[in-house]
Design a protein. Structure first.
Length: 332
């Protein structure tokens, strides 16, 4: 029963961007071995496009191991705190490296200790998530002290660096030439767009993967049919994070009520609590309602593209595009 509960998380969909990101991270690590200069890579994407999952899957292949020579930690995987400082970041990294006295010593002493621990543990790659926190939105500037510290850390340890985060994290590189010079072109994790054929096919492929895993345990409305695909797109804005969230919720509801059949209405309820409530959408017809007209309408697509965006960004994009949109239904 427990594995059934995790059926959605345990389904890993190797869509194109996921595969590309995984290959590029691996390459980055291999290049770093021979390169005289540090090799760095950024994986960027809006929230819920799957940035973190890429890093997690990668890091899980190189987990720490105890050897005769001591602890081997090939990858130092760390998440930037929301307000990073050198002291805080060094402490966090020391803690991950297993230093029991991670919070003692000056900033400098901590950094020296960190470099030594990384060398001893054979750490050849730093994977840093939530890198957008290196950009201070309030001050509209990069925390240069942090960025410089990170640059020196990778220079001195010769570790490959992979950063990941929201698109705003690119500002850290744009405003820090020295760090930027060490980076390859970024990998962009997409939000799938229904009007783009490649994206639509990719999204349908993802639905197919979930159909296979969930459908082998539950009787569900066929996810990978075009009409259901469009409903799922309108319900999630093409964000894999929202898709998996509402599917997980539907599975949990079924398990908790001892059901083997998940209906369209169950999708509607799961989606309402898992996605519509986060998005504070209450007065719009659910894409999983029987009354929903699953025909291609500009209005529906425009609405889906706003799902998951910060509310301030939605307001800006609406004011830029203030001509009234008219829904023109067409067959999909
Ligand atoms: N390739 C994938 N296959 C299956 N599930 C995924 C995939 N990518 C992301 N997810 C799921 O989507 C959710 C959000 O992903 P996450 O990596 O946290 O997004 P982000 O870091 O971009 O906000 C998680 O539950 C994650 O397991
Ligand atoms: Mg994330």
């Amino acid at each position: 029963m427990d594995s059934l509960r995790h059926i959605v998380e345990n389904t890993l969909v190797p869509h194109s961007a996921f595969v590309e990101a995984s290959i590029r991270i691996e390459q980055c690590m291999r290049y770093a071995v021979d390169s005289p200069e540090p090799v760095c890579l950024a994986i960027v994407g809006e929230s819920r496009t799957g940035n973190t999952r890429v890093l997690e899957e990668y890091a899980s292949k190189y987990s720490p191991a105890r050897t005769k020579e001591g602890l081997n930690i090939p990858i130092l995987a760390v998440k930037s705190p929301s307000k990073p400082t050198v002291k805080g970041m060094a402490e966090l990294m020391l803690q991950i490296m297993g230093d029991p006295r991670f919070d003692s010593g000056t900033e400098n002493a901590k950094t020296i200790r960190l470099k030594r621990l990384m060398k001893n543990a054979g750490t050849y790659q730093i994977v840093l998530d939530e890198f957008q926190h290196f950009y201070d939105k309030g001050l509209r500037g990069v925390m240069h002290h942090m960025a410089d510290w990170l640059k020196i850390l990778v220079d001195d340890t010769k570790a490959a660096l992979v950063v990941s985060g929201l698109p705003s994290c690119m500002a850290v590189l744009e405003q820090n030439e020295q760090l930027a010079g060490r980076f390859f072109a970024p990998v962009v994790m997409p939000r799938f767009d229904w009007t783009n054929t490649e994206h639509r096919e990719e999204f349908m492929g993802i639905l197919g993967a979930f159909q296979e895993s969930i459908g082998s345990h539950f009787d569900i409305p066929r996810l990978d049919h075009e009409e259901m695909g469009f409903r799922c797109y309108c319900a999630t804005g093409g964000l894999i994070g929202y898709l998996s969230k509402f599917l997980r919720s539907a599975v949990w509801n079924a398990i908790d009520t001892n059901k083997k059949i998940i209906t369209l209405d169950d999708f509607r309820l799961a989606h309402k609590s898992a996605v519509w409530s986060c998005e504070q959408i209450s007065n719009t017809l659910s894409p999983f309602s029987r009354k929903f007209q699953a025909t291609f309408a500009e209005e529906l697509i425009a609405q889906a593209r706003e799902i998951g965006l910060p509310k301030a960004q939605v307001a800006v994009s609406r004011s830029k595009n203030s001509t009234p949109r008219v829904a023109r239904p067409r067959n999909i």
